[in-house]
Design a protein around this ligand. Structure first.
Ligand code: NAI
Ligand code: OAA
Length: 333
């Protein structure tokens, strides 16, 4: 650490599920400064279940062995309260995956048992400026559960990750148009991080030209939207394991955009609490086009949705409502 950085108080970054696949791809990038920038020392707090603490210790040994100048320390715990004490950035990655024969109610119940206590622990002990990103699936509803158990933390601080879907959409559109991803602006992922999501290019431009002038409607409906929405399943099918490095990359992008702000001529996508915009019921955590001023997200206002877009967004929101009703019926919120 430079003498100047050494005088700064490190940011506490808590990662749950730290010994998992995404954790292994994520921790090294956080410790190298890619999450919070080259001037912010970080103290990592790793939360795992007791049986995975040893594996997290192994990852911590490797983090030590990288001799990252910005890494001010690593704490490893299986105690949820200790994990979020003083946390500035909470990355909630660990979740209960769906296993064969598991009903959705069982999945939501198991995740409620994880995200309700984590929300309560964030409420009890996190720093006043805490920023929360939920990656573990079902990400939107897990974020909703956690936020519901943190009444003293503004709900706006709880976000769910749809940046991976956004990045997937950028990559698909760039490949189709033969342009670079950084020439694309104003793509949006709407709704749930699930196969019902709506990847929307109706407002996107590619090197200044409307995307809808460059690709035909059949490609959008039959290839672009399903490819992006089902990419997670395609990766699992090909790799034999779910997206990990790309998910970790998207988590880094999400937090980095949150703290650095969006460029003036673009927006990104994130699952944020609805204020009722675009007819999404208030309080649901849904993906929207968002900008950040470096502190908080704002939903991009006043976009016109055509009938097809409206129907696609409504279908995904209906799924979010169903998930909310299910967690309410289970007494999880
Ligand atoms: N939002 C998104 O775009 C994406 C979300 N995901 C989701 O991210 C989650 C993690 O994925 P992977 O790292 O591949 O899974 P993984 O199974 O490799 O790791 C999960 C880790 O979480 C830990 N864990 C379970 N319960 C915990 C608890 N209560 N507290 C702390 N740790 C706990 C497990 O011990 C395990 O080490 C999954 O739910 C996956 O579906 C994955 C890719 C993209
Ligand atoms: O489907 C999964 O389990 C992983 C996931 O969320 C994704 O890759 O988008």
């Amino acid at each position: 650490m430079s003498a100047q950085n050494a005088e700064k108080t490190p940011a506490v970054v808590t990662v749950t599920g730290a010994a998992g696949q995404i954790g292994y791809a994520l921790l090294f990038r956080i410790a190298s400064g890619q999450l919070l920038g080259p001037d912010t020392p970080v103290r990592l707090r790793l939360l795992e279940v007791p049986q995975a603490v040893r594996a997290a210790e192994g990852t911590a040994m490797e983090l030590d062995d990288c001799a990252f100048p910005l890494l001010a320390g690593i704490d490893i715990t299986d105690d949820v309260r200790a994990a979020f004490d003083g946390t500035n950035v909470a990355l909630l990655v660990g979740a209960r995956p769906r296993t064969a024969g598991m009903e959705r109610g069982d999945l939501l119940s198991a995740n409620g048992g994880i995200f309700a206590p984590q929300g309560a622990a964030i409420n009890a002990g996190a720093a006043d400026d805490v920023k929360v990103l939920v990656v573990g699936n079902p990400a939107n509803t897990n974020a909703f559960i956690a936020a519901s158990h943190a009444p003293d933390v503004p709900a706006e601080r709880f976000t769910a990750m749809t940046r991976l879907d956004h990045n997937r959409a950028l990559a698909q559109l760039a490949a189709r148009t033969g342009r670079r991803v950084d020439e694309i602006r104003h793509l949006t992922i709407w709704g749930n991080h699930s196969a019902t999501q709506f990847p929307d290019l109706t407002r996107a431009t590619v090197a200044g030209t409307p995307a809808t002038d460059l690709v035909d409607a059949a490609w959008v409906a039959d290839t672009f939207i399903p490819t992006v929405a089902k990419r997670g399943a395609a990766i699992i099918e090909a790799r034999g394991a779910s997206s990990a490095a790309s998910a970790a990359n998207a988590a880094v992008d999400h937090v980095r955009t949150w703290v650095d702000g969006t460029p003036a001529d673009d927006w990104t996508s994130a699952g944020v609490v609805s204020d009722g915009s675009y007819g999404v019921p208030e309080g649901l955590i849904s993906s929207f086009p968002v900008t950040s001023d470096g502190t908080s997200w704002s939903i991009v206002p006043d976009l016109e949705l055509d009938a097809d877009s409206r129907a696609r967004l409504d279908a995904s929101v209906a799924e979010l409502v169903e998930e909310r009703e299910a967690v309410r019926a289970l007494g999880l919120v």
